[in-house]
Design a protein around this ligand. Structure first.
Ligand code: DGY
Length: 348
């Protein structure tokens, strides 16, 4: 699909993206926009090489694509100088390779913060209160009357929520769990989460002024401390060498037997084989997962476990957010082609 065929810059989007604003942003910047409408969900490097062709000024790509040396050198040969991932995470992008070829790389932070945090909250509630298990039970026609022991789960109020990676999304999630459920917070991050700490202090003061018990917060010295102390742990770090398999067999063993673990960051932060074993051995331990180690696949056994809630990487999937991500990605590329530095997290 082509928009503004006579445009000066050729920009390719490897996928159709929601809304029209992103197309307008590129067209207004003098771009010819080509949208790949191939039915294939995940494009290979070869597919993308043929989209880049012999002349291409900029590309908007997706987190399912492998943006490394091969693609960036092809983009450079085609005259390209701009690339944006339509995602905040860019572990699929070799930024050094892009820099080497003089290609500016952007991402789409901010617009997905609240949406992603809301899905992490939804997974927390679904896992803690066994919503999906109960839904399956109901639809299978198994409900034959109220019982005191039916689908008993965890009460969140007053429990401790642990955050590993307290950046924008982790902090927004923590805020939701504090305000919504009066949970206490323990977090681990390399940086001090000023926003989160200020929020908890202010909210604690508000509760005190109402004669209510204030919530507490603590900055942990290690991820292990969070895993040991929290009743709910939500993972929000970036994926890199230091966070790959951060949650492994040994660290799972530190967690409470009835804890809830949520992951809406990147799948490889958890060793999924170890997780399956842990879930099998601890039926009251529950997880809510939006992301998987080898997407789109789940490790064998995970899909059959009643103590796992699994959804297909939809944390940022609200209409407003997805349109916003597409628009930010377009503005990154359009801005660069018009001679400005790329807007978000520029490498150059
Ligand atoms: C991201 O942006 O990194 C999410 O995983 C998809 O929204």
């Amino acid at each position: 699909q082509v928009f503004n065929a006579a445009g000066k810059f050729r920009v390719v989007s490897t996928k159709p993206m929601p809304g029209e604003q992103w197309i307008r942003a590129l067209v207004n910047a003098g771009c010819r926009v080509e949208v790949c409408t191939a039915q294939k969900t995940i494009l290979s490097v070869e597919d993308i090489l043929s989209l880049i062709g012999s002349k291409c000024d900029g590309v908007i790509g997706q987190l399912t694509e492998d943006w490394g040396e091969t693609l960036f050198s092809a983009l450079k040969k085609a005259g390209g100088t701009a690339f944006s991932n339509m995602a905040v995470g860019y572990n699929n992008v070799d930024v050094d390779a892009a820099s080497k070829h003089g290609i500016a790389v952007g991402n789409t932070p901010g617009v997905l913060t609240e949406t992603t945090a809301e899905l992490a909250a939804a997974l927390t509630l679904s896992a803690a209160r066994r919503v999906v298990e109960a839904d399956d039970f109901m639809r299978a026609g198994k409900y034959d009357g109220w019982l005191p022991t039916l689908f008993v789960g965890n009460l969140l109020k007053g429990q401790t929520v642990g955050i590993i990676g307290a950046g924008r999304i982790g902090s927004a999630y923590a805020r939701m769990m504090i305000e919504g459920f009066k949970m206490n917070v323990i977090y681990y991050d390399l940086y001090q989460a000023k926003y989160l700490e200020n929020f908890v202090t202010a909210y604690g003061n508000f509760l005190k002024s109402q004669g209510d018990t204030p919530v507490t917060w603590k900055r942990a010295a290690s991820a292990e401390e969070v895993l040991k102390e929290a009743d709910v742990v939500s993972l929000h770090p970036v994926l890199d060498k230091t966070t790959y398999h951060l949650i492994n067999k040994e660290r799972l063993a530190l967690m409470k037997k009835e804890a809830v673990l949520v992951n809406a960051s990147r799948g490889p932060v958890i060793d999924e084989v170890a997780l399956v074993e842990h879930l099998k051995a601890n039926p009251m331990f529950r997880v809510g997962l939006d992301v998987f180690e080898d997407e789109p696949y789940m490790k064998p056994g995970l899909g059959e476990l009643p103590n796992a809630v699994v959804v297909p990487h939809i944390a940022s999937a609200s209409k407003w957010t997805r349109e916003g991500m597409a628009t930010l990605a377009a503005l990154n590329v359009a801005g660069k082609l018009q001679g400005h530095p790329i807007w978000h997290n520029s490498n150059l």
